[in-house]
Write a protein that binds this ligand. Sequence first.
Ligand code: SAH
Ligand code: SF4
Length: 350
Amino acid sequence: MRHIIDLTPDELIEYLKGINQPRYRADQIYKGLYVKNWDSFEDFSTLPKSLRAELAGQFYLRRFTLIDAIKSPVDNTTKYLWQLGDGSRIESVTIYEGKRVTFCISSQVGCPLDCKFCATGKMGLLRNLSVAEIVEQVLQMKARAERPPTNIVFMGMGEPLLNYDTVIRAADILSHPEGLCFNRKKITISTSGIAKNIRRMADEGLPYSLAVSLNAVTQNMREKIMPIARKYPLDELLDAVRYYTKKTRRRVTFEYVLMKGLNDSEADAHSLVKLTAGIPCKINVIPCNSDDPLYAPPEDDVLIRFDQIINKKNRTITIRSRKGWDIRAACGQLYADNERKKRIHVEMLE
Ligand code: SAH
Ligand code: SF4
């Protein structure tokens, strides 16, 4: 049985044709799925009862079981742990910041890239998520959130650009004008630096926002903390980002996780300014969230100094707060216990 969200609009129309239903039923189904956010075919009151029963017999509408939802008493950040149809587990996080409501969603079960400072990397990759599994995160979170999302970021588990087609199809559904109609620029795809697919995003003229996790200013340090840097070296990555900004005329966000004694020196801050010169960008500095003393956050004065150096050069810098820290929902802290059956390697995904 398929998940109804996995059907393309054409497939849905084709299916309806096959059971002698008029085409407008597809619009009614679409509205029920995304505008009404109905979670049972029985609720689809715009459809005849017989069609509701037919759909329920043919398709899944919800496949997640909520295993745990932890809400931070400090800032209301809520972390959800879902069990998927095949028993694997992923996490998603809702973050409230003033008027902003950010849904941080996963693109894979685990991640194959093994960045040393990241909890998800320790899981390895079990599998890619499907379109429906990406979209269902948003629908399930929306049903539980205090307010609707203003931003959706692919910054949960996984490397979205290693599940490229699926992530883009899911983003297309989330922004579809007849459905959730989410502002495309407010959907951000964050990558650890899959240069090849950054170029692909540019070539395809995709309207989504791009964030690049730079995290180090030398090839040497980048390789140490992010093994993917061996495959896509810093120069190649920055070339791809330049290509992207030129071609799309859009700004990118560079994310830089600050780790005590590794990449937080004043010289690093100056290099960061130099490396990103000429690239329309925003720099987002994130103090590392980790229990591992090797990847500790910097002292406050070091963080402030880092910020000042970048600010002085008139670069936009924001320091991301450690929202959700108390419930292990902050960046890099997502880890779901999954049986480690088989690890999938990068080459298989490209
Ligand atoms: N795989 C993608 C998206 C998920 S990670 C990527 O790497 O960009 C989302 C963000 O969390 C990335 O910018 C990553 O550098 C950051 N991150 C990972 N581990 C972290 C940690 N321990 N502390 C703070 N940020 C972390
Ligand atoms: Fe994967 Fe991103 Fe974590 Fe690296 S930081 S292991 S790419 S999720």
